[in-house]
Design a protein around this ligand. Sequence first.
Ligand SMILES: C[S@@+](CC[C@H](N)C(=O)[O-])C[C@H]1O[C@@H](n2cnc3c(N)ncnc32)[C@H](O)[C@@H]1O
Length: 199
Amino acid sequence: MAPDKPFSQACENNKQPILDRIRNTFTAPGTILEIGTGTGQHAVHFASALPHLVWQPSDRPGATAHCRARIREAALDNLRLPVELDVASGIWPGDSIDGAYSANTAHIMAWEEVEAMFAGLAKRMRTGMPFCLYGPFSYGAKHTSDSNRQFDRHLRMQAPHMGIRDMDDLLKLAEQTGFRLESDHEMPANNRLLVWRKL
Ligand SMILES: C[S@@+](CC[C@H](N)C(=O)[O-])C[C@H]1O[C@@H](n2cnc3c(N)ncnc32)[C@H](O)[C@@H]1O
């Protein structure tokens, strides 16, 4: 692995199943803001398969370097270099967006940051625009698998602000911020793809 190109095996495994879903959601040409891009493997895969989109990666200041070399190397016309975005900062990139995507971020962010992500997107998205959120989620405080229960425990031991988010809380947050859940897809490895629409 090149030191300037961090690699995630999980991303390699899930990028095609996610693409198979999001291609039915991100159908209109436009700019998609990715929050918490990480290694950039999703960004490169999706931008190359969905040339009608402009893919805008972002991550917290200090983390944008994790995807930069991979994105430069991909040299795709519709894939931009990452911009800095910490959803908690209140400082968002100025460009207008037509949709949003975020994977494996809600359980890493503190709940207040998840709130800030929805609220920040709500301010920048027009009615009908989609927000695809991928990751593990629980339902009625019940995990969907033993491995997710263990993962949740592991996260909370690592840092008490982290943890798998519950759909009841997300649905409440969506209602407060102006999103509705359009669909909830079962994905490999006990993950879900949630498609929210701006009201
Ligand atoms: C587990 S990684 C997921 C990376 C990638 N999306 C994936 O699926 O592999 C979590 C990502 O969320 C980002 N993140 C955490 N807190 C954030 C915040 N407050 N604002 C924006 N991104 C954040 C991290 O920097 C990291 O890139």
